[in-house]
Design a protein around this ligand. Structure first.
Ligand SMILES: Cc1ncc(COP(=O)(O)O)c(C=O)c1O
Ligand SMILES: N[C@@H](CCCC[NH3+])C(=O)O
Length: 382
């Protein structure tokens, strides 16, 4: 059950996002501690959640910012991340976004194609800058996660394929306004099978060796993010197993002496701290099941509709014996469903339901479809 005071629950118009800052801090401390043992650097992936109080905690603990749009770079800088702690990735950075990041002297551009190298070189030249770059390489490692959030296979649009690297190295010397400082990899999100990270390390070692054989040693390896969270047991597994995660990299990744290792975690840092709170509007009898119709829908949390993903649902206000329900939203789409055949205490109009583990890729992916209002965010100390 979500540990939030009744007054806090009842004082806000629903639906709203509730963020537990105490749990967030504990999570960040656990991550920083585990990464710190090996001198690893974390850049928080803003795409997971870019709310200012959350970014303030990321800065407080000393993490950098991993951005995927000009506006994320802008948000990172405006909220106080130092430019030398900001990285910019993304397969389709626009000229305007690249120029903005160049003007602000960010730490590194993670470049995803040959064509982008050409464009960035040209724009950097125009702005009188040298862009520090990492090559995002597609390592062709299967993340064993949902196919929509797998990014490191050759069939995916992300990164430069291994067989293009020879050509990249031939062209690089012509790009006078680019400085190669890193190699970047990210194979997908919500990875729960830890052996996947071992496979990533082994592949990164091979690719690094390929570069070393050509006398290229970069300043840093960026191995991306992707560590998954437990959507089924948000209570018992509130904090991901960062010790095992970073331990795997320590055991299997072979950085060169003096080379930094960077991570870009998003979900693992923020998912469990966020909950979507929604009020029950109606109970409706179906043929096989009863429907709970909520005032939140896929416009507030699209993950179940988009990836058929599971989020634990709890009734915060009823302790009656359990019944089976389909929990749905008000949006005019049949996929607007948070869970089928969910066992919940007998539920009535006005009850408050908590949809857990919604701190990552929840609020940031909300939309105004059906002209819906934007859900408010509140912060509490759990
Ligand atoms: C390039 C890149 N880095 C980092 C992340 C953060 O991933 P996660 O939230 O799974 O840690 C993503 C999202 O998958 C990404 O595309
Ligand atoms: N938005 C996805 C993850 C994609 C991560 C970004 N590459 C999710 O909710 O699981």
């Amino acid at each position: 059950m979500l540990h939030i005071k009744k007054a806090e629950l009842q004082n806000h118009p629903t639906p709203f996002y509730a963020y537990d800052l105490k749990l967030l801090r504990e999570t960040l401390q656990a991550a920083a501690h585990a990464a710190g043992k090996y001198g690893y650097h974390i850049h928080y992936a803003l795409k997971a959640n870019s709310n200012e109080p959350i970014l303030a905690e990321m800065q407080q603990i000393g993490f950098g910012a991993d951005c995927v749009s000009g506006n994320e770079v802008k948000r990172a800088l405006e909220t106080g991340f130092a430019p030398e702690k900001v990285v910019f990735a993304g397969v389709g950075k626009s000229d305007r976004e690249l120029r903005f990041a160049l003007e602000n002297d960010i730490f590194c551009f993670n470049v995803e194609s040959l064509h982008e190298l050409e464009v960035l070189n040209e724009l950097a030249g125009e702005s009188g800058k040298t862009a520090r770059i990492a090559l995002r390489i597609n390592p062709n490692v299967n993340a064993q996660t949902h196919h929509y959030i797998t990014t490191g296979l050759e069939e995916n649009k992300f990164g430069i394929n291994f067989w293009e690297l020879e050509q990249v190295l031939e062209l690089l010397p012509q790009f006078a306004h680019l400085q190669l400082i890193g190699l970047h990899f990210h194979i997908g999100s919500q990875i729960t099978e830890m052996s996947v990270f071992r496979a990533l390390c082994l592949r990164v070692n091979e690719i690094q060796q390929w570069f070393l054989n050509r006398n290229i040693k970069v300043e840093h390896l960026n191995v991306g993010g992707g560590l998954g969270v437990d959507y089924h047991e948000p209570e018992t597994n509130a904090i991901p197993d960062f010790e095992t995660y970073f331990g795997i990299f320590n055991e299997f990744l072979q950085p060169e002496p003096g080379q930094q290792v960077h991570f870009e975690l998003g979900r693992a840092l923020v998912a469990q701290s966020g909950t979507l709170i929604s009020k029950v509007l109606y109970i409706k009898k179906g043929i096989k099941t009863n429907f709970i119709i909520l005032d939140a829908g896929m416009t507030e949390l699209i993950r179940p509709a988009l990836y058929q993903s599971y989020h634990k649902i709890e009734n915060q206000t009823s302790k009656a014996p359990e019944m089976r329900y389909d929990v749905v939203g008000p949006i005019c789409e049949s996929s607007d469903c948070f869970g089928k055949a969910v066992m919940l205490p007998e539920t009535n109009r006005g009850d408050l339901l908590a949809i857990r583990t919604a701190g990552a890729y929840g609020e940031v992916m909300s939309s105004g479809y059906n002209l819906r209002d934007k859900a408010e965010a509140i912060y509490f100390e759990g």
